[in-house]
Design a protein. Structure first.
Length: 189
């Protein structure tokens, strides 16, 4: 089956817990929408924080909403070089034993003993999409991009949920390597 999958390029970002949101932005703080993202209910917030490590920092990193039960920082491997950390490549939400950092907001700081990852490239899809492709949640597939710098991405995680919209997510390093922008498409191999 040949079916195009739209691509979304994910830049560095932070997901905050309610408690950490209040530490960084003040008691009673709520995230405010800057723009909606492609996945239903997800948005880029107006709020930004600085990511700080012992040997590096990146200022003005966008927070994504809504809040989550656990704070998570997602960086590219190029960002990790700047921060001088070694984040594991993981599925979102799997932060146990991951790299540490400090988040600095306008009203406070949060020291994370773990929580910084490089996100595993993945494809969001509905159960109907998964059935159409003949795959299931947590399967690993390969996809091909046929652009000017064509590239086959192996080790692509499938994430199935009724609330998802079909889209492959890659980070800025992966996008730059293949000269892919948001809105381009790939095909499953």
């Amino acid at each position: 089956m040949k079916r195009s999958i739209p691509v979304g390029v994910s830049a560095r970002h932070v997901h905050l817990s309610e408690a950490d949101l209040e530490k960084l932005f003040g008691t009673g703080a709520k995230l405010t929408v800057f723009k909606d993202l492609s996945q239903p209910g997800q948005y880029a917030a107006n709020e930004k924080v600085d990511i700080v490590t012992e040997k590096g920092a990146i200022k003005g990193v966008r927070v994504l909403g809504p809040t989550r039960k656990q704070t998570q920082v997602e960086v590219s491997l190029t960002d990790a070089l700047k921060l001088k950390i070694a984040p594991p490549i993981r599925d979102s939400g799997n932060v146990a034993g991951s790299a540490k950092c400090k988040l600095v907001g306008p009203c406070g700081e949060v020291d994370l003993s773990e929580g910084t990852i490089a996100a595993f490239r993945h494809i969001h899809m509905t159960p109907a999409d998964a059935e159409a492709f003949g795959i299931k949640d947590k399967d690993i597939v390969s996809v091909k991009f046929c652009g000017e710098r064509g590239l086959t991405f192996d080790q692509v995680l499938i994430r199935v949920n009724k609330d998802f919209r079909l889209e492959m997510h890659i980070d800025t390093d992966e996008a730059n390597a293949a000269k892919i922008g948001s809105g381009c498409t790939v095909e499953m191999v």
